[in-house]
Write a protein that binds this ligand. Structure first.
Ligand SMILES: Nc1nc2c(ncn2[C@@H]2O[C@H](COP(=O)(O)OP(=O)(O)OP(=O)(O)O)[C@@H](O)[C@H]2O)c(=O)[nH]1
Length: 253
């Protein structure tokens, strides 16, 4: 894939805001690992911000800062102090504040990822907070989980079933998970990942890049990427030797 060309920014009026992508799912399913992977893969081509949610700590934000996958300043930690789903669905003010603060400080941004704290199968994001949402399950919960449904599994824009490397160890049948997920999701996409084996989570990053491209198509990109002030989507200086971005918005070469 090539670099983002100027013409993709001419197609629509500038000034739109970033796409807001919510990532939810049960405790320990790999949400933070997925956020790190998306930053790694999309960071070279998109201007990113990340909001993490923990109940009492800033554990997830600290992990991402240590991982060095994004400028640490572009990560904001929200301490929910309550059930994670409350902060992403019922009282979204703290999360919205964090998203808007990132956009004010570093905007224009292309994508702001909001990671929920770990919750149960009923947790979904308010559409007032997230434009698109990913629900992350992992195989260690057993291959019966997708057929149990719940709004996260059935209605998320993308269902990710992570830790496929553990399937043989826990006796999870991926074919069953795939069939059951398809049955309850009525055509919405499902991707299997092992972020342990693919630290870039390429398939999910491709999907997210397509969502950003569709968002631009509908609303216009947030400012002009080729004019952003720091010379690089993530605020790092661009070097001629930088590798080509691994993933770009679909059709944008
Ligand atoms: N084997 C395996 N382990 C994984 C994979 N992805 C993540 N993990 C591990 O699973 C554990 C939990 O991952 P996290 O990314 O912290 O999960 P989380 O959903 O953010 O957890 P909470 O924020 O506590 O809800 C960590 O030890 C990860 O290293 C994977 O694909 N395979």
């Amino acid at each position: 894939m090539g670099a983002i060309h100027d013409d993709l920014h001419e197609a629509a009026a500038p000034g739109g805001r970033a796409l807001r992508l919510g990532i939810g799912g049960p405790v320990g399913s790999g949400k933070t690992a997925l956020v790190a992977a998306l930053c790694r893969t999309l960071g070279p081509s998109l201007r990113l911000g990340v909001v993490t949610n923990d109940i009492y700590t800033t554990e997830d934000a600290d992990f991402l800062r240590r991982a060095g996958v994004i400028d640490p300043e572009r990560i904001m930690a929200v301490q929910t102090g309550c059930c994670p789903h409350t902060a992403i669905r019922d009282d979204i003010a703290a999360n919205l504040d964090a998203v808007e603060t990132l956009e004010e400080r570093f905007g224009p941004l292309d994508l702001v990822i909001v990671e929920s704290g770990g919750d149960n199968l009923t947790a979904t994001f308010s559409r007032g907070l997230a434009d698109r949402q990913i629900f992350v399950l992992d195989v260690s919960g057993g291959d019966k989980v997708p057929r149990k449904g719940g709004p996260g599994v059935t209605s998320a824009d993308l269902l990710v079933i992570n830790k496929t490397d553990l399937a043989p160890l826990v006796g999870a049948d991926l074919t069953v998970m795939s069939r059951d997920a398809a049955a309850v999701r009525e055509g919405r996409p499902v991707l299997f990942t092992s972020i342990r084996e693919d630290k870039s989570a390429h398939s999910v990053a491709e999907w997210a890049a397509e969502m950003v491209a569709a968002w631009w198509h509908q609303h216009g990109p947030a400012g002009h990427a080729h004019e952003h002030p720091h010379g690089h989507p993530d605020g790092h200086p661009h070097h001629e030797d930088d590798p080509e971005p691994a993933v770009l918005p679909a059709g944008r070469e």
